[in-house]
Ligand binder design. Sequence first.
Ligand code: NCD
Ligand code: ZN
Length: 336
Amino acid sequence: MSIVIDSPLDMHLHLRDGDMLKVVAPLSATYFSGAIIMPNLIPPVTTKDEVISYKQRIIEASKDNSFNPYMTLFFKPTYSREFLSEVKDKISAIKLYPAGVTTNSDGGVTGFNIDELEDTLNSMSEFNIPLSIHGETNGFVMDREAEFASIYEMLASNFPNLKIIMEHITTRESVALLDRYENLYATITLHHLLITLDDVAGGMLQPHLFCKPIAKRPEDREALREVAFSGHPKVMFGSDSAPHPQDRKEASFCSAGVFTAPIALQLLTELFLENSNLDNLQKFISTNAQNIYDIEVPKKRVILEERDFIIPNRYGTVVPIYAGEQIKYSIKEIVC
Ligand code: NCD
Ligand code: ZN
């Protein structure tokens, strides 16, 4: 049996820069039609010129693949209406990081003072630029996302015309928020559909499953699965595939991030065929995102088949999720 996925999109992707970009960009560009590219480089992407030149480097690194990098800026409350008006056609979203909550987020927002944020957020609403948010506080690690809920609610109710994307949601409570505010949307990663905290730290420590937000409880994973498998129109696939070199993961002070991009389609196919159906996978992996972001995507048809595939131990210096393990589905053909 062949399985067809049309124009898959990854609505939350870290491609990095330099040598790492050259290794990971083709892995996404081969299989996906496009991806929302995260701006947390060092230094972060905050100017129009940086957006343009980073996009160019991504396209060059993507080789000949038809792949659309949808660019983002790193949110600053100092972005003026004039600046946003100039940059709006070059970006698809602006990503807000609370300061210090994850990799390269030191220049993020401290405190969520509405007076300080409102000019920028009103201009983003006016220009229809979605606000993508890493929704965690600096609190106790298991509670960070729950503690951020009141900030989501404050932003959603004060800026009703602003599209707000709750990135990589991991809790039951975040799933419930989706239906309470018209302007809230969410991405869900592959790894948060697969694992709980037990897989990370319940036995021997698994650095390659350690990420922000940390995987939560079985009932949280169940809520994520339910909403993703149902094809809910406000939910999109965002891998949050976040490559770090092996020696930064297998170390004390292990960096946060799970690398999933090259095997995401194969594992999502398995998950959806076992728990849902291909129609809902198509919604989760492309149609919903096209509607939410209002984007045209390059046509790319990915055909998979039931054939064992051994996940490589390494891509360059990066160890993927489930390295060396056998999975059930393989990519058979890609038609552009
Ligand atoms: C991401 C990274 O490494 O850039 N890490 C992660 O654990 N997800 C940053 C992020 O999205 O939080
Ligand atoms: Zn991320």
